[in-house]
Write a protein that binds this ligand. Structure first.
Ligand code: GTP
Ligand code: MG
Length: 262
């Protein structure tokens, strides 16, 4: 088939192909969510409607792309790990990043009304995406540990900060709260929360403290045989589950070995 004389422009295209035999991690992050969350009056510091909507959108991504073995989300971000041998989109970086990002963003917008009943979406949100290739299992585990440690540090800070600012009696200004917390370590923040507000940090919802991990779990399902309509047939099926698990220690990874294996 003759090509048009314009086709030469394709030669200008550049593709980045990601290293083979590495774990690919795609991290999406809400663009200017400080503004998006304040425009839509999200609860501070955590809005369960948003966290659940984010997990819903991430589940849609896992349902669409079987090469994703697990995902981890907190605040306005979600990370997706692809299996080491994945050949998704021939490992082309741009295709992987943009497809995952648009699947997620579209699902987020489509399901908005289910999670934010009666709240009008004032403008459509957007997310940015980056892809990183990690060569070892330890690197991949440390990546998720890094994001969960970030969740912990930020959530503890934000919980104390907003408790001080929103206190029913003698609330602090944002500046005063910032100054008070400037040089405090985790123990001092926990103590402050408990002594001033009677809040035991470790009793707050796990979704806030640990974030959410989505992964595939094999489950046994039974159905009636199509051959005789009577016999029960059992088979293994993998289901995407969402849990608020610790991903820094070994337990989760030992329990779900397939995430790291091929
Ligand atoms: P860029 O990512 O650089 O575009 O900026 P950003 O404004 O999205 O900031 P960043 O990603 O660093 O941080 C996420 C921001 O989202 C937080 O600072 C909060 O303002 C907001 N946010 C995320 N989750 C919640 C929530 O559950 N409730 C509220 N009120 N705000 C949230
Ligand atoms: Mg952001």
């Amino acid at each position: 088939m003759a090509c048009s004389k314009f086709e030469y422009v394709k030669l200008f295209e550049q593709h980045t192909t990601l290293l083979p035999n590495t774990f690919l991690v795609v991290r999406l992050d809400g663009h200017a969510f400080h503004r998006f969350t304040s425009t839509h009056s999200f609860h501070k510091p955590n809005d369960p409607r948003c966290l659940n909507l984010m997990s819903h959108a991430a589940r849609h991504v896992l349902d669409s792309l079987p090469d994703i073995t697990c995902a981890y989300g907190q605040s306005d971000e979600f990370s997706f790990a692809l299996r080491r041998k994945s050949t998704l989109y021939k490992r082309r970086e741009a295709k992987i990043a943009t497809n995952i990002c648009s699947l997620f963003t579209a699902a987020f917008c489509c399901a908005w009304k289910q999670f934010f009943e009666g709240v009008e979406m004032r403008y459509p949100p957007s997310f940015d995406a980056r892809v990183v290739a990690y060569p070892t299992e330890r690197n991949l585990r440390d990546y998720f540990a890094w994001r969960q440690a970030d969740c912990h540090v930020n959530n503890l800070y934000n919980t104390v900060f907003w408790s001080l600012v929103q206190a029913p009696t003698s609330p602090l200004t944002e500046q005063q709260a910032q100054r008070l917390l400037r040089d405090t370590d985790a123990a001092a923040k926990n103590e402050l929360l408990f002594s001033r507000f009677g809040i035991n940090y470790s009793k707050l919802p796990e979704m806030y403290r640990k974030g959410t991990v989505l992964f595939r779990k094999p489950v046994m399902v039974s159905s009636v045989s199509s051959r005789d309509g009577v016999t029960l047939v059992e088979r293994m099926k993998s289901c995407v589950v969402a849990e608020h698990r610790d991903v820094i220690g070994d337990e989760f990874w030992v329990e779900n070995k397939y995430i790291l294996e091929d």
